[in-house]
Design a binder for this molecule. Structure first.
Ligand code: HEM
Length: 212
């Protein structure tokens, strides 16, 4: 676990630099550039926003939530509990999921004309907001508070107690799990679904080059 965390921590650095680079792109879009450069930057707006989301989740999910459970004394009581799932969701989808979506959106934009992109962009816009809001709601409504409650119980009554079915299926911990449905639904219907539809639309509406 120590070595894995060490590698994870090392990987935070290039990803942070990556996000700073995306930030520079946004600044560039506001600066006075040639119309061609300006079109290129504003055309790829959503993939740049997704790269910025990578940076935010990298900081919160890997940085804050990862280091939070990394101390041996915390890890001893919490290993494998909901605080792990909290870190795993925020770091794994937040960083690498968003990174994959950034590449997908970059390619979708590059393969279609401005006119076709106008329609596809609506799906991508909703999907970007839905995926980020859904993930944030999962973390805020359930994974983080549920993890803290479970850790508290583990310290107060023992690790075995915090993992008993009676603990997991009752009380505030269980209520929070139900609350999580809100985040899941936003993620699915306002995030995953529109992005899938946007990708399918791109294939459906693709323009075949005269060479094809
Ligand atoms: C983008 C970077 C990262 C990703 C994608 C990531 C992903 C994950 C995942 C999926 C797990 C759960 C593994 C399992 O349940 O078997 C995990 C566990 C863990 N991660 Fe990360 N992680 C990242 C960065 C970090 C950082 C920076 C730290 C702290 C320095 C860290 C510390 C830990 C620890 C201590 C665990 C074990 C927790 C436990 O089992 O209770 N991670 N990570």
């Amino acid at each position: 676990m120590g070595l894995a965390s060490c590698f994870s921590a090392l990987e935070v650095v290039p990803l942070t630099l990556f996000t700073l680079d995306a930030g520079d792109f946004i600044k560039l879009s506001k600066a006075r550039t040639s119309p061609r450069d300006h079109d290129m930057i504003s055309g790829q707006k959503w993939s740049i926003y997704l790269l910025m989301a990578v940076g935010v989740w990298n900081f919160v999910g890997a940085g804050v939530f990862g280091f939070l459970i990394n101390l041996p004394i915390v890890s001893y009581f919490e290993v494998g509990t909901t605080l792990t799932a909290n870190h795993a969701h925020a770091a794994m989808f937040g960083v690498f999921g968003m990174l994959a979506l950034a590449v997908l959106v970059f390619c979708l934009r590059a393969m279609q004309s401005d006119t076709i992109w106008e329609g596809t962009e609506k799906f991508v816009r909703v999907g970007f907001r839905g995926a980020n809001a859904g993930l944030a709601l999962m973390v805020i409504l359930d994974l983080f508070p549920g993890g803290v409650i479970q850790l508290w119980d583990s310290i107060a009554n023992g690790y075995w107690h915090a993992r008993r079915l009676t603990f997991l299926m009752g009380g505030t911990y269980h209520k929070l799990e139900w609350l999580r449905v809100v985040g899941d639904m936003v993620f699915l219907f306002a995030g995953a679904l529109p992005i899938t539809l946007g990708a399918l639309r791109s294939v459906w509406k693709r323009e075949l080059s005269p060479m094809a």
